[in-house]
Design a protein around this ligand. Structure first.
Ligand code: ZN
Ligand code: ZN
Length: 347
């Protein structure tokens, strides 16, 4: 294996691009060459905070869990050929614990997750991955779309938890890749009262262009649109510590709240308990996804959802620190960045 470069996060605020020689694959693994890997909000937390909750960076690690890659050998038993483009499911749950047995693979405490410390991720040229994690793609899905299947899966899982109803009023707080993906799915589901909230103008503009019916920089937009009634359903997909309080304040009496975002500092800003209690809200936390890849593939393959419109920036591995810096600084026009390890990226 020739050496290649990788993006390493050493701790909060400390990214270094260094040489990396991946381990050789075991019998149950295969080496893949990374074609495209998305920069996720969770990757940003490792960079900004040095970890997420208990998952802290103990030694330099390579992030990157949203990726598509080229397989470097034939795998006849999976009908996969050398050079074939596949997506990779980053999660390997144990399939044996109480939670896995009950069907909550996304909540497995023993999961190994490619790109979450201590497991190195895909922001490099090549890495070994479990063969069983390969996801065969139909013709016509390209590398960037393949990498978008994982975040799209997060959106699908949030919709599954939210159970949107026809014509109810819905607020989506946070219009990054996840919030905008959720808005596209809500539109697809037949929802027509969607209010998009994000402090960045280009993101609310994108939300309106993909089907949101109203938008604003704060939940004042919900009050304006609903005359202070609030929304029947609020889906929060921001990185703000205010996200949970905002979601509760945006919800109508008897409403539902689904929290998808990970707040900066892994902490929510306190909010008045009475605001949540008096509304009798149904609050759900969303984590990663269930078995959703088949539906994510079908949505993209049949053009039900446009993931390309969310990708605004592209980088090489050598220049990939810029992707993190631009996103931390809320660069104008940025929604989703892709790192393209085996071709030359450009802004
Ligand atoms: Zn992600
Ligand atoms: Zn398990």
């Amino acid at each position: 294996m020739t050496s290649s470069k990788a993006l390493f996060i050493h701790g909060a605020g400390d990214i270094q691009i260094s040489d990396f020689i991946p381990d050789s694959p075991t019998d149950t693994e295969v080496m893949v060459n990374v074609a495209a890997v998305g920069v996720c909000g969770s990757d940003l937390h490792y960079y900004k905070d040095g970890g997420i909750g208990g998952a802290t960076i103990q030694s330099p690690f390579i992030p990157g869990h949203e990726f598509a890659a080229y397989v470097t050998q034939d795998i006849p038993e999976m009908d996969i050929q050398l050079g074939e483009l596949v997506a990779v499911d980053p999660a390997s749950p144990c399939h044996a614990c109480e939670w896995c047995v009950r069907g909550y693979h996304n909540l497995c405490p023993k999961v190994s997750f490619i790109g979450a410390p201590p497991f190195n991720g895909a922001m490099t040229n090549a890495l070994p991955v479990p063969k069983k994690s390969l996801i065969k793609l139909p013709q016509g899905i390209n590398a960037e779309q393949g990498a978008m299947l994982e975040p799209l899966g997060v959106c699908i899982h949030a919709i599954d938890l939210a159970k949107p109803k026809l014509m109810e009023s819905i607020a989506v707080i946070g219009c990054g890749g996840i919030g905008l993906g959720i808005i596209q799915l809500l539109v697809k589901t037949g929802c027509h009262h969607i209010i998009a909230i994000d402090p960045q103008d280009h993101r609310t503009a994108k939300a309106l262009s993909i089907g949101a019916n109203a938008a604003g920089a704060s939940i004042d937009a919900v009050n304006d649109a609903t005359n202070y009634r609030g929304c029947d359903l609020v889906i929060e997909a921001s990185n703000s510590p205010d996200g949970m309080g905002d979601a509760i304040m945006a919800a109508a009496i008897g409403g539902r709240v689904v929290l998808v975002g990970i707040p900066d500092g892994d902490t929510y800003t306190p909010f008045p308990a009475a605001q949540a209690r008096r509304r009798g809200l149904d609050v759900r936390f969303s984590r990663r996804m269930g078995d959703v890849y088949d539906r994510a593939i079908a949505l993209v393959h049949h053009n039900h959802i446009d993931v390309d419109t969310l990708i605004t920036h592209r980088f090489s591995v050598e220049d990939s620190e810029s992707a993190f810096k631009l996103q931390v600084n809320n660069a104008p026009s940025l929604i989703k960045s892709m790192i393209l390890p085996n071709q030359t990226g450009s802004h």
